[in-house]
Write a protein that binds this ligand. Sequence first.
Ligand code: AHR
Length: 492
Amino acid sequence: MAKLTIHADSPLHTINRNIYGHFSEHLGRCIYEGIWVGHDSPIPNTEGMRNDVLEALKQLHIPVLRWPGGCFADEYHWKDGVGPAEKRKRMINTHWGGVLENNHFGTHEFLRLCELIGAEPYISGNVGSGTVAEMSEWVEYMTFDGESPMANWRQENGRDKPWKLTYFGVGNENWGCGGDMRPEYYADLYRRYACYVRNYGDNKIFKIACGANSSDYNWTEVLMREATKYMDGISLHYYTLPTGVWKDKGSATDFNEQDWFNTLEKTLYMDELITRHSAIMDTYDPDKRVALIVDEWGTWYNVEPGTNPGFLFQQNTIRDALVAGINLNLFHHHSDRVRMANIAQVVNVLQSVILTEGADMLLTPTYHVFDMYKVHQDASYIATDAVSPSYEMDGKQIDQLSASASLNADNQLHISLCNLHHADSLEVQCDLKGRQASTISGLIISSDTMLAHNTFEEPDCVTSQAFTDYRIENDVLLVTLPAHSVVTLCLK
Ligand code: AHR
């Protein structure tokens, strides 16, 4: 039995909706095929973007979408991707499979995608191989209202009014694929590039510095020491690899209990990473003005057998649903500092919410978690204290329960619960401080086996279902979670 105290009588800060952000890179079949099929495609589309994917993304209430990379961002030259499509420069996507990039999906198409799905754009600028002028002109092109060289060019290319652009990343992984830089060097470059990322008219840019790779605490230390006052956010990248080894990360669909356990244990490491990076940030920014932006997270497995290794295409099982639920719970717990996160990546790459094959599309277990958890967006964070049984494997132990809660503007209390165990159910006793349990409803994502996933033949093997396995006894809410399940309860 797990005991969960829910401090519903003291709502705290807002859970920023941007924690539910996504990431779309020119990588494999994410942009091309996954989103962009072109105006002449037999696949039903709106201005070249497939309707089935647009509809599914709209339903998810995605608050913010990051683009064009990733590693691609630091070799992307935005001017190649505007103007008449047939005249756009073609390039080689050297990072991802060495394939031809025809630049048919560029600035106008991305910003239109954001409009169509109701997301705010988050653009990653090129520091690694781009110039200061190029970055500065991109911002002018997108946001300047009036007469200017870039605004005039935008108008010639069919967009009269500027777009609203808030989130702008000054480089990506500049410690690695974005230029192999030392933090001291990048901190200076950040200050220089960020200086020319201008605010035009009413548009106010939220500038995001490239942050650390996983546990590189020195990177955060140097960036905060040298550049805090020039940034609004700093990023963090951490991926869950079942084996922890890049050469052989483990399979997405063929795994045993030990692999299951290792994957969830490595997911929980996110807690330590955020805690320690936040502690460094606290010393330079005690008022928490600068946001920690976890703009790449999720599972990273060996690619699906027979697919291009540079395309990072992987399946998604109920295990990924648990990874998503655990991470989102952790982001809620750290939401005073973590104010944006972007799962990698939205379609057909890494821990996607959508997979496509030709004209077919399926929603992954991860999609259903985001759909179920979206009730927490912009709600007030409610602190929880959990006393959980241990889940043990091969001498290691983790908590069997992961949980978080929030209170929305309609006074609805939402409680999200994950049972991490691959085989055992879990009873959770919830002590609701300052709240009577009255009308309750629930949703669950679970499956018969821990390997369950959706395929194009069986797309609804793992979905969310109504959940009713709870009862009230002496004002205490008792919930029984099946093995490997993710649940959200709504208390009115
Ligand atoms: O998401 C895939 C890649 O992972 C991104 O391009 C890069 O930023 C990270 O290393």
